[in-house]
Design a protein around this ligand. Structure first.
Ligand SMILES: Nc1nc2c([nH]c(=O)n2[C@@H]2O[C@H](COP(=O)(O)OP(=O)(O)OP(=O)(O)O)[C@@H](O)[C@H]2O)c(=O)[nH]1
Length: 323
């Protein structure tokens, strides 16, 4: 499927559904113990509905309207998981075939998809619902960092009417996989852990500033930042920046083209960030996201609309005034 790279966990592969999944999918989901907990799944589940639903998931995936995926383990379909997009929110749903219960597979798949989505898609939060008596699903949502957001009712196709549900939400901050984690300091003394990071505002000929989105897997994933990175032992901040700009963006920058502008000094949990910010208007080569990160050239008056790490907020105000 163009544009969607399957997600991998230690035991699972989350990949687009294929027409040939239909017989296995039907066998697993046409089970009262599964269907009774799912809002949109009728029981009995007609065999041809599996074909039609799979075709529909492919269309929604191609259009970015939904991410319904097969949960595969060792080449076998074990369940399905999906996100349905609704503006800046998405609804998470999942099921695991009965024979695969009790192994933590739902939490593994749901945690992975939620973390990927919050780091990659333009989402503020993910919602999920579970029937009040579905203790297994409630435990899964709590385990992966969702918090309770009250009770409500939802229509359940298999039950033929409205049923009481518990509502849950997750944001970038609530998922442990995306929370800021301490990084190794370059200078250490008792009680003081300073991390030196060099960053750069690249400015193009139209006066726009380059922001890069922190990729999944890094602390603060999904936030927009100035390109740069940690200053390694023995490096000057300029050396580090020249190296990082080459590695991350594939461009060559000469030291005299890096103009010191301002700095961030910010306390993160576990370390204190000291980050000189340079301005650079001249470089060689074409700016390309070489680590799979999204890039955006942003007009100074629009910088405030991008969600950035807390350390960057004062820098953005200064930059906007200066440019
Ligand atoms: N590059 C960059 N880092 C920032 C910014 N704002 C900010 O708080 N940071 C923090 O500075 C630290 C930079 O670490 P990093 O993980 O990007 O460094 P790196 O590229 O060397 O990463 P690596 O350790 O994965 O190789 C992170 O804690 C990051 O959250 C920013 O605007 N640009």
């Amino acid at each position: 499927m163009p544009g969607f790279a399957p997600l991998v966990t230690s035991r699972l592969l989350l990949r687009p559904l294929r027409p040939e999944d239909a017989p296995d999918l039907h066998r697993l989901v046409n089970d009262w113990d599964i269907a009774k907990n799912l809002a949109h799944v009728p029981f009995p589940y007609p065999r041809d509905l599996a074909d039609r639903w799979i075709a529909d998931t492919a269309e929604r995936l191609a259009a970015g309207r939904g991410y319904s995926l097969a949960i595969e383990r060792d080449g076998a379909l074990v369940g399905c998981i999906g996100l349905t997009m609704a503006g800046e929110e998405a609804e998470l749903g999942y099921w695991i075939g009965r024979r695969y219960w009790g192994q933590g597979l739902a939490a593994e798949a749901a945690g992975r998809l939620a973390a990927w989505a919050l780091a990659t898609l333009p989402l503020r939060r993910i919602r999920a619902e579970a029937l009040v008596d579905n203790a297994r699903s409630i435990a899964v949502l709590r385990r992966i960092g969702f918090s309770e957001a009250g009770e409500g009712e939802a229509e359940f196709a298999s039950r033929g009417g409205m049923m009481p549900v518990l509502r849950f939400v997750a944001t970038r901050e609530s998922l442990p996989a995306l929370a800021p984690t301490p990084v190794a300091p370059v200078a250490e003394a008792p009680g003081l852990r300073i991390l030196l990071v060099a960053a750069c505002a690249l400015i193009d000929s139209d006066g726009r500033v380059l922001l890069a989105r922190r990729p999944e897997g890094k602390p603060l994933a999904g936030l927009w930042e100035f390109p740069g990175g940690k200053v390694a032992p023995g490096e000057t901040p300029e050396d580090a920046l020249i190296r990082e700009l080459q590695e991350e963006l594939g461009i060559e920058v000469a030291s005299p083209c890096l103009a010191p502008f301002t700095f961030a000094s910010h306390a993160y949990p576990g370390f204190h960030l000291l980050m000189p910010l340079y301005l650079c208007r001249r470089w060689q080569g074409k700016v390309t996201g070489r680590e799979g990160q999204a890039l955006a050239w942003v007009r100074p008056d629009k910088l405030g609309t991008y969600q950035m790490p807390p350390a960057d907020v004062p820098l953005v105000a200064l930059l906007r005034d200066f440019l």
